[in-house]
Design a protein around this ligand. Structure first.
Ligand SMILES: Cc1cc2nc3c(=O)[nH]c(=O)nc-3n(C[C@H](O)[C@H](O)[C@H](O)COP(=O)(O)OP(=O)(O)OC[C@H]3O[C@@H](n4cnc5c(N)ncnc54)[C@H](O)[C@@H]3O)c2cc1C
Length: 391
């Protein structure tokens, strides 16, 4: 077993309960609504709600440990739950967040098993992480708003009770170059909300990342989470990006760790040819196992360190690094696992699924090229060079 970080007995119990129930379910590749139900039945859905509000009060490191453990069993379940984790964690740690909205959502989670995610991405709009302007419209309506638009890639859509929806505000004073955008908490039982299936993807097929359609959906004024001109800083501070990056990193790292456990188990039990030796005894296989293990262990250290530094002093500077090394480690590990297992690994099953699931991590923000360019920019800005060009 890998050394694990701190975890309260309550979180450990809820996690163990969930893992035991999930193992029986064996969700496979298809969307499995009972996977979310197991999380709720075990009480784990309250993971990031503060203890004072009836939650489990997880730190970011504890939340990451939970997501890694889930990812090792089922990537899609880990990714779906990562959405609840990052949204609720960010709400707790935000610099500015409407208090009534926060307490109302915490109460909905604890008392009515609410499940929530961000619905930001839109067809053709590209990644919100690159500053896409939402096509979804928010028009004032008395003391509230009416939302119309369509979001894509909304993970766990069939399970969700609420979504944080981004929209462009249409209030009459349109600045086309720098429009106002806002985020609204939408109760998905509202009139005009439609959920559409249709997630035919390479990996994370069970995440049901569907289309959320809003047809003139009425939301009250209190549903506004934040509003600002596009390009202006998020009033919530670094919390949304920190929680998102670490949660995503942990879910995908879990996928890689699951592939490691599965391929070791397989290699020890598989005795090809005359049956005199297990695959696990072949030196070149041990080299491959070592290679995947080194990357996964290093990534775990980076992810937990980034999470710990967020908790300690709200330092999010290494979150993009954590996401980058975690997804790279998951991609390497699942690739090595298939090379070790050969034909049997190529057939439909846990190793083949992990190979596909891990690759979705390359597409979730923070994206590799954005992260790497940021590291490079920082290096250039920090380097002190004399006029003659000497350091
Ligand atoms: C499994 C999964 C689950 C997801 N769940 C959710 C969810 O729950 N909610 C949600 O809102 N979103 C979700 N997303 C969407 C995700 O966050 C991205 O917004 C979405 O994948 C589109 O981003 P993109 O960069 O791939 O597409 P595009 O922005 O269309 O980009 C296409 C390609 O061009 C590149 N590119 C684009 N702009 C630039 C640029 N300026 N410079 C350099 N390269 C550029 C991109 O890197 C990419 O390779 C999910 C995605 C995945 C894979």
């Amino acid at each position: 077993m890998r050394p694990s970080g701190p975890m309260t007995p309550e979180i450990r119990a809820a996690l163990d309960d969930t893992l035991a129930r999930l193992a029986v379910l064996d969700p496979g590749d298809a969307f499995e609504p009972r996977a979310a139900a197991t999380i709720v039945e075990a009480g784990l859905h309250r993971l990031c709600v503060p203890v004072s509000s009836g939650g489990l009060g997880a730190s970011m490191a504890e939340a990451a440990e939970v997501l890694m453990a889930l990812g090792a069993i089922d990537g899609s379940t880990a990714l779906g739950f990562a959405m609840q984790v990052h949204v609720v964690g960010a709400m707790r740690d935000a610099t500015v967040f409407p208090e009534r909205l926060r307490t109302g959502l915490d109460r909905a989670i604890v008392e009515r098993a609410a499940l929530v995610n961000n619905a930001a991405t839109e067809e053709g709009g590209g990644s919100p992480a690159r500053g896409a302007i939402p096509g979804t419209r928010a028009v004032p309506d008395g003391d509230g708003w009416r939302l119309t638009g369509e979001k894509t890639w909304t993970t766990w859509l069939p399970n969700l009770t609420h979504a944080f929806v981004t929209a462009r505000l249409h209030e009459g004073d349109e600045d086309l170059a720098r429009p106002m955008v806002g985020t609204f908490l939408v109760d998905l039982s509202s009139g005009g909300v439609e959920r559409r299936e249709g997630f035919e993807a390479l990996g994370m097929r069970g995440s049901a990342s569907g289309r959320l359609v809003l047809n003139d959906v009425r939301v009250p004024a209190e549903a506004v989470v934040q509003r600002r001109r596009i390009g202006a800083p998020d009033p919530r501070g670094a919390a949304p990006l920190a929680w998102f990056g670490v949660s995503i990193a942990a879910a995908y790292l879990g996928v890689g760790e699951g592939a490691r456990a599965e391929v070791v188990r397989w290699a020890k039990s598989r005795r090809p040819g005359d049956g005199s030796a297990a695959v696990a005894e072949i030196p070149s296989v041990q080299l491959r196992l070592g290679r995947m293990d080194a990357e996964l262990r290093a990534a775990r250290i980076v992810v937990l360190d980034a999470a710990g530094r967020w908790e300690a002093d709200r330092d999010a500077s290494d979150v993009p690094l954590a996401k980058l090394v975690a997804t790279r480690a998951a991609v390497t590990a699942t690739d090595e696992a298939l090379r070790i297992a050969g034909g049997p690994g190529f057939l439909a099953g846990p190793l083949e699924r992990a190979f596909r699931d891990a690759r979705a991590g390359l597409i979730n923000p923070p994206l590799e090229d954005v992260a790497l360019q940021g590291f490079g920019r920082a290096l250039v800005a920090e380097a002190k060079v004399s006029r003659a060009g000497e350091a």
